[in-house]
Design a protein around this ligand. Sequence first.
Ligand code: IVH
Length: 670
Amino acid sequence: MDRKEAENRISQLRALVDRHNYLYFVENIPEIGDGQYDKLMSELRDLENSFPDLITNQSPSQRLGAEPLIGFSEISHEIPMLSLSNAFSDDDLTAWYSRLYAMLDDTNFEMVCELKYDGLAVSLRYENGLFIQGSTRGNGMTGEDITLNLKTINSIPLHLQGEFPQTLEVRGEVYFPKSEFDKFNAHRDQEGLQTYANPRNTAAGSLRQLDSNVTAGRPLDIFIYSLAQIDSDYSLYTQFETLNYLKSLGFKINPNNILAKSTQEVIRYHTNWIQNRASLDYDCDGVVVKVNRLDYQQHLGTIGREPRWATAYKFPAVQAQTRLLDIRLNVGRTGSINPYAILEPVEVGGVIIKQATLHNADYIESKDLKIGDWVIVERAGEVIPQVVKSHKDKRTGSETSFSMPSLCPSCGAKLVNREGEAATFCTNSTCPAQLERLVEHFVSKSAMDIEGMGGKVGVSLIQNGLIKDVADIYFVQREKLEQLDRMGKKSVDNLLRAIKESKKQPPERLLVSLGIPHVGSEISSLLLNKFASIDNLVACNQETLLNIPSIGPKISESITEYFSKFDNLNVLEKLRSAGVNMVSETVTRSEGIPLLSDLRFVVTGRLENYSRTEIQDLIKRYGGKVSSSVSKSTDYLLAGQDGGSKLVEANKLGVQIISESDFDILTVGK
Ligand code: IVH
């Protein structure tokens, strides 16, 4: 077959495979058998093997088989991925509705009722009808590029059908179907492997695999529930119409969405699904109610991270009865003493619960909980299980009361209750348990990301007196590490490298890692965007902080209190002297504008002077963006040795290809 013929046949085969894939995975009405499907696929693969330059990223053959990644790159969401406000009762729902009709001056607006799928939110981008990028929600502003993993989900179209726009971004929920999850676990059990606790967490874990071939072994699925971006000349007027339009493009839309004209209809939908949700092949924890008209949505807008025009009417929590076997304490990273319940294992909504939080001594007292009691435990969505009630009528007299000790269970220091706070705190700022939790947090993936330092290594460094605060991590010596149990030369090398690498983390990561109460990754990014350095943040007062949208008194107090303490400032100084980065480079460059501002890069092949993560970080630090696949919007393909199919794609699309030294010239001008 000559090249031209091959090209024609390949495009025919791709259309056929895509179509049958759609009929099977989206519509659930297959027209051909597995054998016939496999035959089409293997003909496509054979032809592509003979003409490798005809392979494109969106060929159905490319759903599988990508090389493992070294790490995920970050994606900033042009349109933030929002959260939802909650309604827990018919009254809450009616109150939400009344607030809106007052604002809209329309007492009769329509709503769309959708199920609230309990999975992971993802964003999918298409250009010219091709799937080019998929990302996690992350903190709503920035997520991770999980394109390769999402490509393994057969119900995500790689090509759009029908009349598609030039650019499109949709949002949806990835889930692990319940029936598939049971099969998957049964299989693991047979193989003697550990089984997974629930579909949601397993779906989350599957999407965060660096090797997409592992994800491909997990039969994940998706429902698309909203449109984030589309060419400006597309006129869509309602959410319902939008969902139908997205369906026509080949997306999987849930068939149970309805239009409701009144809150009574919403309540009926909600009640119906409380009764029938067990029959669905996916977990749902409520109903999402959205104002149907898009101009109304626009008018209502968002407050904080929650749109006014939608709310999640949650299903009641699932409860079960069990015995409270013991009450134990752990020390949190801020020194709070946290009581938790040891329970006789019990199944609550498909998950086995063995422990539950008890918050603080007041909580235990107000619920009148005694060790040995029969109690009701509750699990609502993702929330940590709670003990909500004890059965006093079932007491035999052998139950024992709990009282908070006066000394820290870890270090023996005095415990105190601060004014206005229910929690009890350890007074020793060098309490080892507290430090263990803090180190665990400091080195974790979303903080400084020091691989090999979590768990036992961190604990043993603390117990051996090598670390007295988190900054000491940067001063541990090779010889000391080598003396620790089970630390060979290679592990020590790797750990020291990871510690060194982490010094380059952007300052928002450093801020997260300090463990300041109420300062997570979202708030931290917001603060560093504004202040550009840790020092600027340390210097600012509560009033300045309160002027920032999304920062309330709780957060601003927590920050100023943290930076007013000598010990904390001392840790910061030590971190600085170790060379830990405290400045956002993109904002502080002398030109004022980041050098690679908004330029989109794709990296391929082996580089000589940079690891994959180094180069990705560098691009981002200079204000550029990194994507995993080449598309028309790519500005540069940075190609090292053995670039492969991305080079072909870049050539085809006319994307500029640059070498490592070109990149150096571009950035430092050497
Ligand atoms: S709409 C305002 N629709 O719920 C836009 N979200 O708490 C928010 N979710 O992160 C998204 N089912 O992961 C929407 N039918 C649905 C949903 C849904 C589940 C999740 C989504 C989001 C979270 C918000």
